[in-house]
Design a protein around this ligand. Structure first.
Ligand SMILES: NC(=O)c1ccc[n+]([C@@H]2O[C@H](COP(=O)([O-])OP(=O)(O)OC[C@H]3O[C@@H](n4cnc5c(N)ncnc54)[C@H](O)[C@@H]3O)[C@@H](O)[C@H]2O)c1
Length: 401
């Protein structure tokens, strides 16, 4: 097919700026798409660093103010890769200017902030998506297909962990480049918005709405020097968060995240137990999906390890030959491919801003419960999925690979 150009304006050239740029560059080599991204402009506040990034990744031009980027007529889509405190302002302005918006997670620092963003993109009628990229790791997408096919039967349990260990040092400051995650003003929250938001997005995609939660959080290091002010200031983020809850379909959930699990750099795992079968997945072995099916012949029944690398498994026909796996960065390539495919078909690309708002609602409820010591309702409006979920229509439909 002859692809049309889609001019990208990227804001922020840090970790996510790199993963997204890599995805834009590679997607056309592996996917046949109605649109192809053109790296039109990258925006960053440091001129020299922004220019160096533009040269390294092949951006045609640079901007130092995102407002100027948004005002440009030659930009079709604005991609927000900045810390959480600037997502809303940039996204709302971009939508008002008629630009498509691709925004990093969490959508807002709170559900109220996210709702303003949802209203802006919906009022402008611009295509939008949020980069909850773990959905698009083939083994995770396969889990979705197996659940939707009814293979697991009724789901009883969903448990997920996201463990890190990089903030144990009490001398680590808060705020500024790289460490904005420790400053609640910039991040909104700690591990809840940063890490559990991923777990919650995957969980609600796979198993429907989380309706009620009860949580506890802890801030192990109470004060840190703030890079911005140079003063020792109170730390207001949650260093660790554990919560349990209920899904609308009756399943129970159990989530844990911390940046104090010595030995874990970024270990995201989930396990789902259904009446017929169970699934488990581990980011450190991301191309594998583990499955136990009670209906297997009893003498050989056991956990099987599915190497998700064959052409009939999600996304894999676009890559190498069967048996060869792909990695973390490919989840971003898949998100771009799905966004461009959806654009060509005039359909939304999940998770849309409205989908991601639901994750922010759960995060808010988790933090509220931790603060009050009481159960909290999430107010999530998604219907429970299951075998019929794939048939859902409208803006919340979920695109599969
Ligand atoms: N999807 C994922 O798995 C994933 C992983 C990491 C981070 N994130 C999200 O991506 C976003 C960025 O995180 P990161 O790890 O890339 O952070 P980072 O600190 O590596 O990069 C942030 C970039 O934004 C720039 N920036 C900040 N304010 C700006 C402004 N006003 N104008 C222009 N540029 C500005 C910084 O200079 C930096 O280049 C966050 O919302 C984070 O939660 C998502």
């Amino acid at each position: 097919m002859t692809a049309k150009a889609l001019n990208i304006g990227l804001v922020g050239y840090g970790f996510m700026g790199r993963t997204h740029s890599n995805a834009y560059r590679r997607v056309g080599n592996f996917f046949d798409l109605p649109y192809l991204p053109v790296l039109k402009a990258v925006c960053g506040r440091d001129q020299a660093k922004t220019r160096a990034f533009a040269t390294q990744w092949g951006y045609e031009s640079v901007e130092s103010d995102w407002k100027k980027l948004i005002a440009r007529k030659d930009i079709d889509a604005v991609d927000i890769c900045t810390p959480n405190d600037s997502h809303a302002e940039i996204a709302i302005a971009a939508a008002k200017a008629g630009k498509m918006v691709l925004c990093e997670k969490p959508l807002g620092r709170t559900a109220a902030e996210a709702l303003r963003m949802v209203k802006a993109v919906e009022a402008a009628g611009v295509p939008n998506t949020v980069w909850y990229n773990y959905r698009r790791i083939p083994a995770v997408t396969l889990a979705k297909q197996l659940i939707d096919s009814g293979k697991l039967g009724r789901i009883f349990h969903y448990r997920a962990n996201f463990l890190q260990d990089w903030t144990i040092n009490a001398d680590l400051p808060q705020g500024g480049a790289g460490l904005w995650r420790l400053d609640a003003k910039a991040s909104g929250s700690g591990v809840t918005g940063d890490l559990l938001s991923h777990c919650i997005d995957t969980a609600m995609w796979l198993n429907g709405a989380i309706t009620d939660v009860t949580a506890m959080t802890e801030t192990f290091v109470k004060e840190r020097t703030h890079v911005g002010t140079g003063k020792v200031e109170k730390v207001s983020i949650d260093d660790a968060c554990t919560f349990i809850g209920r899904f609308a379909n009756g399943a129970l959930c159990n989530f844990e995240s911390t940046r104090y699990a010595r030995g874990h750099k970024a270990q995201y795992t989930f396990e789902i137990n259904g009446e017929n079968a169970s699934l488990k997945w581990d980011l450190h072995d991301l191309h594998r999906l583990e499955m136990f099916d009670y209906r297997d012949e009893s003498i050989t029944r056991g956990w099987r390890s599915i190497h998700v690398s064959d052409a009939d498994q999600p996304y894999m026909k676009n890559w190498w030959v069967p048996g060869l796996q792909i990695g973390y960065e490919h989840s971003f390539v898949h998100q771009v491919a799905d966004f461009l495919t959806a654009l060509g078909a005039g359909k939304p690309c999940a998770p849309t801003f409205r989908d991601a708002l639901e994750t922010d609602k759960v995060c808010d409820a988790v933090l509220k419960s931790a603060a009050t010591g009481k159960w909290a309702k999430t107010g999530v409006e998604w219907a429970a999925p299951g075998p019929k979920a794939a048939a859902r229509k409208g803006p919340r439909a979920h695109a599969l690979g």
